[in-house]
Design a protein around this ligand. Structure first.
Ligand SMILES: Nc1ncnc2c1ncn2[C@@H]1O[C@H](COP(=O)(O)OP(=O)(O)OP(=O)(O)O)[C@@H](O)[C@H]1O
Ligand SMILES: [Mg+2]
Length: 365
């Protein structure tokens, strides 16, 4: 077991900088998810832990050892890739044994480790088959099994579920979480899927353009996104954003289509900042048609409904407030409004997110 620490880490390919000033502490036993859009540097960061990419600046440590110059095989890590990378001509058992044989593990110990991993993953009955006789989910389980038998200090996963269909992905993500919870092995898991990040990570690190944006528990980044990018990236449907200017000594958020009073608990953020341009974030669940109880202070926005998407447990209502962008609200399924219907959306004012329009950072007092 070990912690993994990035200190001022940079990665450059010639003149191209792909990671800059990365500082991140992954705690012993922690399940850390690196998440962000394609090309943001997640795999590069993971591969630097594994020793598959040279580190251009700063240090990466595993346990209390700086590993910049340590060969991959001596780093005590096991990595699972999106492509399962099983040997097609070997049986599943031989695939699981492969790494152990290279390490000259005694036969009895090897059998024990392989059987234990197979049992944990429910693939014991598949041990004599070849990879092509397995389904995608079963193959991915074997790839995970191969990582487990190594008993590494750190597990590294790079989008291991991307090749699976949606249902299997949900099942496998629960299995991997359960497994990590049981083994307690420090884990770094890369995905571009924010739902996977939210459901699996003890903490999640959100990256954009090679720079870390925020690190926190799923609830922290959901409730307190530190900038507009994180606010837009985390959560479905994506957070609504409306432009507004602070007015009335910090008591009002004045927008082109509507104005909102500032909740008492937010006054410290807006006081004395009249004229400041903001982007106000409103999550769909903090907007309703008034048919469910409202939490805390609220206000009403008159809108016209454009689309209603029934999802069974809720309806997503896309509505427009006089010419401005579409706003999406979550509405009780038994109160789905009609298209072109005019209604007043109730906004929970204490759940608003205020961002500085110039810096895109969350407003602080
Ligand atoms: N050998 C290379 N030379 C130049 N640029 C590279 C090289 N390898 C990767 N990059 C660039 O580094 C950036 C980060 O790549 P990386 O693979 O880490 O992204 P990622 O976040 O894992 O994306 P994805 O979700 O698509 O897998 C990308 O912009 C990529 O084009
Ligand atoms: Mg990648």
């Amino acid at each position: 077991m070990a912690e993994v620490v990035f200190k001022d880490v940079a990665k450059r390919y010639g003149d191209v900088s792909v990671i800059e000033g990365l500082n991140l502490d992954i705690r012993d036993h922690e399940f850390m998810v690196l998440v962000g859009p394609s090309g943001c540097g997640k795999s590069t960061a993971l591969r630097m832990i594994a020793g598959l990419e040279e580190i251009s600046g700063g240090t990466v440590s595993i346990g209390d050892r700086v590993v910049n110059e340590v060969a991959p095989k001596d780093r005590d890590i096991a990595m699972v890739f999106q492509s399962y990378a099983l040997y097609p001509h070997m049986t599943i058992r031989e695939n699981l044994e492969f790494g152990l044989k290279i390490r000259k593990t005694p036969k009895a110990e090897m059998d024990r480790l392989v059987n234990e991993a197979a049992e944990m993953l429910g693939i014991t009955q598949l041990l004599d088959r070849k990879p092509k006789q397995l389904s995608g989910g079963q193959r991915q389980r074997v790839a995970v099994g191969r990582a487990i038998t190594r008993k590494p200090a750190v597990f590294l996963f790079d989008e291991p579920l991307s090749n699976l269909d949606a249902k299997l992905r949900v099942q496998m993500r629960a299995e991997i979480s359960k497994l990590q919870n049981r083994l307690k092995t420090t884990t770094v898991y890369v995905t571009h899927d924010q739902v996977e990040a939210m459901t699996m990570g003890h903490r999640i690190a959100i990256m954009k353009d090679g720079k870390l944006q925020q690190v926190g528990t799923p609830l922290e980044v959901y409730e307190q996104p530190s900038n507009l990018f994180v606010a837009a990236f985390i959560g479905t449907p994506p957070m609504n954003f409306v432009k507004a200017t602070i007015a009335d000594g910090g008591a009002t958020l004045k927008g082109p289509a509507f104005s909102l009073p500032v909740a008492q608990s937010y006054r410290a953020l807006t006081a004395g900042k009249d004229g400041k341009a903001l982007v106000v974030g409103i999550r769909a669940e903090n907007l309703s048609d008034g048919s469910r109880p409202v939490r805390g202070e609220s206000a009403r926005i008159p809108v016209t409904v454009e689309i209603a998407e029934p999802l069974g447990h809720e309806v997503l209502v896309y509505a427009r407030a006089s010419g401005d962008d579409l706003i999406v609200a979550k509405v009780d399924p038994h109160h789905a409004p009609a298209i072109d219907q005019k209604l007043e959306l109730v906004v929970e004012l204490e759940a608003l997110h205020l961002f500085d329009a110039a810096t895109e950072r969350r407003l602080t007092a």
